[in-house]
Design a protein around this ligand. Structure first.
Ligand SMILES: C[S@@+](CC[C@H](N)C(=O)[O-])C[C@H]1O[C@@H](n2cnc3c(N)ncnc32)[C@H](O)[C@@H]1O
Length: 255
């Protein structure tokens, strides 16, 4: 029989790892043809994510809502074809989800940490994602060698810094699509000068629906409208945070 003291951590562990969306019939419909790959990715993250230092223990019980469904929110803003570069992919968020949902696009998972690129390479193999290239490196070192039709980023840096890293990776007419929390508008205002200098148009802050009953998320979309200055932007530090979304364009960011 288990002792009382031994059962507490077990109960806590179960509470931490039980995901209320596991088995939810809305998920296969939400991901459509990408479901098998996304479900497989969920299994890999659930089974190995904590052990390999990719997600915190508390995230295992909310992988669907906080990570996979959240990642899918950028997909409607991305092209069906061409090259999509996910900067700072980490465990593969949102890049692996994008690759599954945009099978006709080439998806580049750009990540500087070897431990993470090893993981990403394994995931891509396990899921048989034939449209993915894993690149180890820093975004700011890829300007001039890697050019995309879209760049995505989630939880990588505040917008002023992110503009300097991502706008040089876009062709004119391409777009940055960044998953952002409640500081999206403040960050967009703070980064407006850097964005304009690098050829970025006005930042649109959009509400991206997730799943019925779940909170929507904020997506910041910036189109590259001119070649801009290719030198890295001077930036100040910013923070990431999450909360409710709004729909509006930033003021003072006009060309
Ligand atoms: C907080 S993690 C977020 C990972 C993933 N996007 C997610 O949402 O779970 C930030 C990631 O950005 C990567 N990163 C940091 N600096 C970078 C840079 N200069 N260029 C590209 N990636 C960078 C880190 O190695 C890390 O994997």
């Amino acid at each position: 029989m288990r002792s009382e003291s031994a059962s507490v951590p077990e109960d806590e562990a179960r509470a931490l790892t039980a995901d209320p969306l596991d088995g939810d019939p809305r998920l296969p419909a939400h991901f459509g043809p990408a479901w098998a790959a996304v479900d497989g990715f969920h299994g890999l993250l659930r089974d190995q994510g904590v052990l390999r230092g990719l997600v915190g223990p508390r995230e295992v019980g909310r992988l669907w809502e906080r990570h996979l469904v959240n990642s899918a929110a950028v997909v409607p803003f991305l092209p069906e074809t061409g090259r999509i570069i996910d900067v700072g992919s980490g465990a593969g968020l949102p890049g692996v989800v994008i690759a599954a949902m945009r099978p006709d696009a080439e998806v580049v998972l750009l990540e500087p940490m070897e431990r993470r690129t090893d993981w990403l390479t394994e995931v891509v193999g396990e899921l048989s994602l034939g449209n993915v290239r894993v690149v180890r490196g820093r975004a700011e070192d890829q300007a001039g060698s890697l050019v995309g039709d879209a760049v995505t980023a989630r939880a990588v840096a505040a917008l002023d810094k992110l503009y300097g890293w991502t706008l040089p990776l876009l062709r004119v007419g391409g777009r940055l699509v960044a998953l952002k929390g409640g500081r999206a508008r403040a960050e967009a205002e703070q980064g407006a000068d850097a964005g304009r200098r690098l050829g970025g148009g006005p930042a649109e802050i959009l509400v991206a629906p997730t799943l019925d009953g779940l909170e929507p998320t904020s997506v910041v979309v910036v189109e590259k409208v001119a070649a801009g200055d290719q030198r890295p932007a001077r930036v100040s530090r910013g923070t990431e945070s999450g909360s409710r979304a709004t729909r509006r364009s930033t003021k003072g960011h006009r060309r």
